[in-house]
Design a protein around this ligand. Structure first.
Ligand SMILES: Cc1cc2nc3c(=O)[nH]c(=O)nc-3n(C[C@H](O)[C@H](O)[C@H](O)COP(=O)(O)OP(=O)(O)OC[C@H]3O[C@@H](n4cnc5c(N)ncnc54)[C@H](O)[C@@H]3O)c2cc1C
Length: 335
């Protein structure tokens, strides 16, 4: 276990904000985690858990304890003719999990290649890309209740998954610290290629390697590399509106893209709405709206969390005034 005081989180958030935390605690095992959770000082302090900080916006220095998992390991815990169940430590780098599965010929997560972050957070976020969401392959999530210290295994149906939603994000549920995720991966070919240009790029005879390479190539063309330009991916969620509202909007804006979503709702790409309001490629001080993808806010260097939040707020206001649609941040604000 490593404990650091007045520690800079700059390398721990992909916006590269130079904020500090009063305490940073990094644990390597479940035993260490249990010790932290039972500690009276920990219980009295404000605390938050981070992964790679690729979906976070720190608004200030953090006056509490930031926890980070270094629980690693990937292990096949069940296997039959058709599939394996892979148990993955929450601190594993997500894209290394994808590479590991692809190398072994296991299908299911190749479309989720190159999504930044760690395996534990992937289950919090229900990460998704190119027509696949983590919930599609997830068997269960292992986690410690931060209040009762009990470990529980949550089967996927108890995780409350929706579009970038889960019980692990729900403030009405007890806070849980994820230690492992269990994924069912198929040994038999099963590709999802009907999303965007993916099928076209992969061609008529897909292989796991080809799909992973195509996803990586498309992502590199469209999204800024956080190592080069600070960002947290999609800043807002794509809004879901009622079918009737979508129809009315479509009468005024016939070119507006719409996609069917769950529960009779219609998904409208937030990037399109933001672009229509004139923000794409614009820069306000050190904060910018990425020129190839209007959903991504970038830190050109030197921006503060507050400045990024201010630009986000002006985008939300403009989209609301123009379309009557409220954008919700996908990025989590930490105060
Ligand atoms: C360039 C770029 C592209 C992106 N593309 C996509 C994409 O295509 N699809 C997509 O879904 N997302 C995307 N994202 C967003 C981000 O990568 C995901 O949300 C990712 O899962 C966040 O992982 P993280 O480890 O960085 O988590 P963090 O941002 O550090 O934390 C995210 C949440 O998880 C919680 N958390 C972290 N670890 C644990 C744990 N062990 N136990 C309990 N809670 C925990 C945190 O408290 C927080 O609520 C992108 C981000 C970037 C920068």
């Amino acid at each position: 276990m490593q404990i650091k005081q007045n520690y800079s989180l700059e390398p721990h958030n992909t916006f590269h904000l130079p904020v500090k935390t009063r305490w940073f605690m990094e644990y390597d095992s479940e035993d260490d985690l249990k010790k932290i959770l039972r500690d009276e000082y920990f219980q009295e302090c404000l605390s938050t858990h981070i992964g790679a900080g690729s979906n976070l916006l720190f608004l200030n220095d953090y006056n509490g304890i930031v926890l980070h998992s270094r629980i690693r390991g990937m292990e096949v815990v069940a296997e039959d003719e058709a599939s394996v169940v892979l148990r993955v430590g929450a601190g594993e780098v997500w894209d290394e999990v994808v590479a590991y599965a692809v190398e072994r010929g296991w299908h299911g997560i190749e479309n989720l290649s190159l999504i930044p972050g760690e395996a534990g957070a992937a289950a919090v976020q229900n990460i998704g890309a190119y027509g696949v969401e983590l919930k599609d392959v997830l068997v269960s999530v292992e986690a410690y209740n931060q209040l009762t210290f009990e470990k529980k295994i949550f089967p996927v149906e108890d995780c409350g998954y929706g579009y970038r939603e889960s019980r692990f994000k729900d403030p009405h549920q007890d806070p849980q610290i994820i230690t492992q995720v269990n994924l069912r991966l198929s040994k038999r070919p099963a590709f999802t290629l009907d999303y965007g240009q993916l099928g076209e790029r992969v061609g008529a005879e897909p292989t796991l390697r080809a799909v992973r390479d195509a996803v990586i190539a498309i992502r590199r063309e469209k999204l800024p590399d956080p190592a080069v330009l600070g960002n947290a991916g999609s800043f807002f969620k794509n809004p879901m509106v009622d079918a009737g509202d979508a129809l009315r909007l479509r009468e005024r804006y016939p070119e507006m893209p719409v996609y069917p979503a769950a529960d009779g709702k219609v998904k409208i790409p937030a990037a399109w709405l933001i672009e229509q309001c004139g923000f794409k490629g614009k820069r306000h001080g050190d904060v910018g709206v990425y020129d190839k993808q209007a959903l991504v806010l970038v830190n050109y260097g030197g921006a503060t969390g507050d400045e990024i939040a201010l630009v986000a707020e002006s985008i939300r206001t403009a989209v609301n005034e123009h379309f009557g649609i409220e954008l919700m941040p996908e990025v989590k604000y930490i105060v």
